[in-house]
Ligand binder design. Structure first.
Ligand code: ADP
Ligand code: MG
Length: 960
């Protein structure tokens, strides 16, 4: 037990009153008074700092001083009648002070927790004195409300007034019960009441008058005081409580005294037991401790229920007046003695507690034993001291006030009466356990069912495996049988193949024998054939020899005649030479023609000499005898030859004349070999020249008619260079005439000319031969023939070997003509035609350049034509690097060159595939120029069209 005392209160008459510190507490239970530094506010039940006590006990209680209020009774009718003016007492409720007159000139001032004057209503008294205690009880604390005072000052009025007539008169007991019942749950909580009387140190049960001596029991461990024998009635409604009180009241022994007939001489005790269930704060894993301190883990699903068991004790004490003043006698005196014994013991205890004395004489009386928890215990205690207004009772009033002052110093340690509701917890745990057991059973059943199902499935699987094994066995057997069958078939087929092989081998051998015999027969036949052929050839040989001997004779005669003829021709030639000598500036070509004839004659004479020699040889051998008829024939031949010679003479004359004429023409302008339709001849002189040349050609034509083309062509192979030169010139002239070309070609002219070009190193021969080839290369057939005879390669070689501009002109002309054949373009290029053509540009001779340009234009035109309507490759001209030359010469001052190149550019530009290269080489700008400046309108239009239709050209032009 903790004891404490408040010594700072004002004590009666003490000069220390000047230092009194005024308490401003609004109620008797306020623990926040600054005059009580040790006191602390009573924590509310819901305060978070509160910790539940073990078994409802908390050793660390909160200090709570006993609160004391003073109530002054209004004057009763008697007092009102008397003149006794109660001026000995002065109440100052607002200051919570009370002044008591000591004598005529001095007052004693007392400070209380509350001063209630005569007008204070019952309701106010309840709220100030009892309500805080009642609330505290509802929160789980023990509480005591007690009235102390002289008999007739209104203790019973304050506490026990039932208020049947006037509800406003209801006393603390009724109001407290009303509040408790209003705040208790009918289902969970319980409120029970015992009503007792302590009279002459005997405890009587007012609810059961037969229990007239109840024993007070104290728990030795906790110190709790109880009355085990007392009747405890559960109260649910205020009305039933009133009935209980009435019944109890009827049992109370009341004795009249002189002072007040209504005053009770016994102590009345109303004991209210409140049991409330409170849901403790739920924690994740809350732990509760049982009495032995062992821990019990509670499942999360349980909320801890705690039970708060608190007691409210309302004590209506008997009067505190002195015995001698009460006027009691006999039994009454005894009563007074006992009554005052209890009160004296109470006063002693309170003094001891107030003075913090080590010994508190609790056990001196039953009252102090019953109030053990109320003063210096764990209860919240509120004391109301009642005083009367009559000055006659001044001494008792003073004694009462001093009792109150001492009681104010008693400090209690209020403790929460809380314990776990183990029963409900147990019930819940049992319910949980049952639920878990049921769940466990269900799970067990589920496991058993699952096991059963698995077992069933395993059996099924076993069955399936067995079936599968049987099937596999059957399949294995079947496959084994199939394998055996296949092996047998295999062996059979091998055997059959071997038989077929041996048959084939046999057949082969037979065939070989047969072939051998056939071969032998063929050899025999061939030998016979060879022998026959040999005999036939022998015969032919003999016939030929015979014929040849005959011819020789003829020739002999013919030579004789020709010798004479030759002599005459020589004479004639001499004459011509003489004639020619006079002409100093004879043109070379015509001189050569004349020489050619002279040479021819010479050659004839040589061949005649050779024939004569051969004839002589034959004669010597005696293998040849000419007949008379043959001689006659020879004579005829001779005549013919003589005629030929005569004609030749005439031709020579004509030729001389022509030569003269030609020379005159040449003096006026250069002669050029005609090279097809586009011969680069000066137009101003063309007409006259053409006439002259035509005359010359006519003469040559006549010559070749009379001499024979074969003969002239055979002269191309003459060993004599001069003869070859003359012959080739004649052939070239003939070839210039379109009418002769077919005959020349038919007589093998192309082959002869190519052979000449191939074999000769002479520039004149090469030039003239190339010219002739160029002229022949005008028709498609001839072009093909030239190509077939490797003509291009020969022309290319010639182009590479010579630097003679005229030769190059002819070669370029020939290649240019070949360029005009679509079918031969690839071959021409393959044979190096384009590169050779470009290579000849080194000569820089205008005629050569013109031919090159013509060739390139021809090639481009044919490419363009061949590609029409089909996707094509890049131009072969571009592939062979012709573009730079083309661009360079696009503005050549020679109009022939320029025009051909402009045409070539237009042809190349027609195809988008060439566009990139054309742009790169700068040809686009030439095309633009052509489209604007070209003198020929058709070329301008073509160039414009090419530029506009090419997307590449357009995008290149947009870049600017
Ligand atoms: P006690 O119990 O102290 O002996 P009682 O309660 O019996 O005194 O009161 C004595 C008389 O005074 C009663 O008749 C009671 O009605 C009356 N009385 C006491 N206090 C008051 C009060 N405050 N107002 C009116 N009458 C009162
Ligand atoms: Mg009374």
């Amino acid at each position: 037990m903790a004891f404490s005392a408040n010594r700072s209160n004002v004590s009666g008459g003490s000069p220390r009153s000047a230092t009194v510190r005024l308490e401003r507490a609004s109620s008797l239970t306020s623990n926040t008074s600054p005059t009580h530094p040790r006191s602390k506010a009573i924590p509310s039940a819901t305060s978070p700092g509160r910790r539940p006590s073990r078994n409802g006990r908390d050793d660390s209680g909160v200090s709570g001083r006993v609160r004391v209020a003073v109530r002054l009774r209004p004057r009763n009718s008697e007092e009102l009648k008397s003149d006794d003016v109660a001026d000995y007492i002065e109440l100052m409720p607002e200051l919570k002070r009370l002044k008591l007159r000591k004598n005529n000139w001095d007052f004693e001032t007392f400070q209380f927790d509350e001063i209630l004057n005569e007008t204070a209503s019952q309701k106010r008294v309840y709220e100030v004195v009892a309500k805080p205690v009642v609330e505290s009880v509802l929160e789980g604390y023990n509480g005591t409300v007690m009235a102390y005072g002289q008999t007739g000052t209104g203790k019973t009025f304050t506490l026990g007034k039932l208020g049947e007539d006037d509800a406003a008169d209801r006393g603390i007991m009724v109001r407290a019960m009303e509040d408790i019942l209003a705040n208790a749950s009918a289902e969970q909580d319980s409120v029970s009441v015992s009503y007792l009387q302590l009279y002459l140190e005997t405890v009587q049960d007012l609810l059961a008058p037969e229990k007239d001596n109840l024993t007070i029991s104290e728990d030795p461990r906790t110190g709790d005081v109880s009355l085990p024998g007392a009747t405890c009635v559960e109260v649910r409604h205020p009305k039933s409580f009133l009935e209980l009180l009435e019944a109890g009241e009827a049992n109370r022994i009341a004795a009249n005294t002189k002072m007040n007939t209504e005053s009770s001489r016994s102590h009345a005790l109303l004991l209210v037991n409140v049991k409330k269930s409170v849901k403790a704060k739920q924690e994740k894993e809350s732990t509760a401790s049982n009495e032995n301190g062992s821990s019990l883990q509670l499942s999360k699903s349980h909320s801890l229920m705690t039970i708060r068991k608190s007691k409210l004790l309302i004590v209506d004490l008997a009067g505190s007046e002195r015995v001698d003043k009460s006027g009691s006698e006999g039994h009454l005196l005894e009563e007074a003695k006992f009554i005052n014994l209890s009160l004296t013991a109470l006063g002693k205890c309170i003094n001891a507690l107030a003075e913090n004395s080590p010994h508190v004489p609790i056990r001196d009386s039953k009252l102090t034993r019953l109030l053990r928890d109320s003063f210096g215990g764990t209860a919240r205690t509120s004391l109301v001291i009642t005083i009367g207004p009559s000055s006659q009772h001044r001494a008792e009033t003073m004694s009462t006030i001093l009792f109150g002052q001492r009681a104010m110093k008693v400090e209690n340690m209020v403790k929460l009466r809380e314990e776990f509701d183990y029963k409900s917890l147990c019930r819940k745990l049992e319910a949980d356990l049952d639920r878990l057991i049921a769940e466990n059973e269900r799970q067990n059943k589920l496991v058993l069912d699952t096991e059963e199902q698995l077992q069933k499935r395993a059996e099924e699987a076993e069955l399936t495996i067995q079936q599968a094994e049987r099937k596999a066995k059957v399949l294995l057997e079947e496959s084994h049988a199939k394998k055996l069958k296949l092996q047998k078939e295999n062996l059979d087929s091998i055997r059959r193949l071997q038989q077929e092989c041996s048959l084939l081998e046999k057949e082969l051998k037979e065939n070989a024998v047969k072939l051998q015999s056939e071969k032998e027969a063929a050899v025999v036949e061939k030998e016979m054939q060879i022998q026959n052929e040999r005999a036939k050839k022998q015969q032919e040989k003999e016939e030929y020899i015979e014929e040849y001997q005959h011819k020789l004779e003829e020739l002999n005669k013919k030579f004789e005649a020709e010798r004479a003829e030759r002599e005459s021709i020589e004479r004639r030639l001499q004459e011509i030479e003489d004639c020619m000598e006079g002409q100093n500036k004879l043109e070379l070509d015509d001189q050569e023609n004349l020489n050619e004839l002279a040479k021819k004659m010479e050659e004839e004479s040589h061949s005649r000499e050779r024939a004569t020699r051969e004839l002589g040889e034959w004669k010597l051998q005696g293998a040849f005898i000419a007949s008379n008829e043959e001689i006659e024939e020879q004579c005829k031949q001779k005549e013919v030859l003589e005629k030929e010679v005569k004609d030749l003479k005439q031709q020579m004359l004509q030729l001389s004349y022509d030569t003269d004429e030609t020379r005159k023409v040449l003096e006026k302008g250069p002669t050029r070999v005609s090279l097809g339709a586009e011969s680069p001849m000066s137009l101003s002189k063309a007409h006259h020249m053409r006439e002259t040349v035509n005359g010359q050609r006519a003469t040559i034509a006549k010559l070749f008619e009379q001499v024979g083309l074969h003969k002239i062509l055979s002269l191309l192979e003459s060993e004599d260079v001069d003869v070859r030169v003359h012959a080739v010139k004649v052939v070239a002239n003939l070839a210039a005439e379109e009418s002769n070309q077919e005959k020349i070609v038919e007589s093998g002219g192309i082959v002869s000319l190519l052979r000449l070009l191939d074999s000769s190193q002479d520039d004149i021969i090469r030039r003239v031969a190339a010219g002739a080839i160029a002229n022949l290369a005008m028709t498609e057939t001839n072009q093909e023939l030239i190509m077939a005879q490797n003509g291009t390669r020969l022309l290319v070689r010639t182009a590479n070997e010579t630097d003679d501009p005229q030769t190059l002109r002819m070669v370029a002309g020939a290649i240019a003509n070949l360029c005009g054949n679509e079918k031969l373009q690839a071959r021409l290029r393959e044979d190096g035609g384009i590169i050779a053509l470009l290579g000849m540009a080194r000569s820089r001779h205008p005629d050569v350049l013109a031919q090159i340009a013509r060739g390139i234009a021809n090639f481009a035109k044919c490419e363009s034509r061949a590609a029409r309507g089909q996707k094509r490759e890049k131009s072969l001209l571009i592939e062979d690097g012709a573009l730079p030359w083309i661009v360079e010469n696009a503005t050549n001052e020679i109009s022939a060159v320029r025009r051909h190149i402009e045409l070539a550019l237009c042809h190349l530009a027609q195809h988008e595939v060439n566009a990139v290269d054309l742009i790169a080489a700068g040809a686009l700008w030439e095309l633009v120029r052509i489209s604007k400046e070209c003198s020929r309108e058709d070329i301008r239009i073509l160039a414009t069209k090419n530029i506009t239709s090419s997307s590449s050209f357009q995008s290149e032009l947009k870049k600017l």
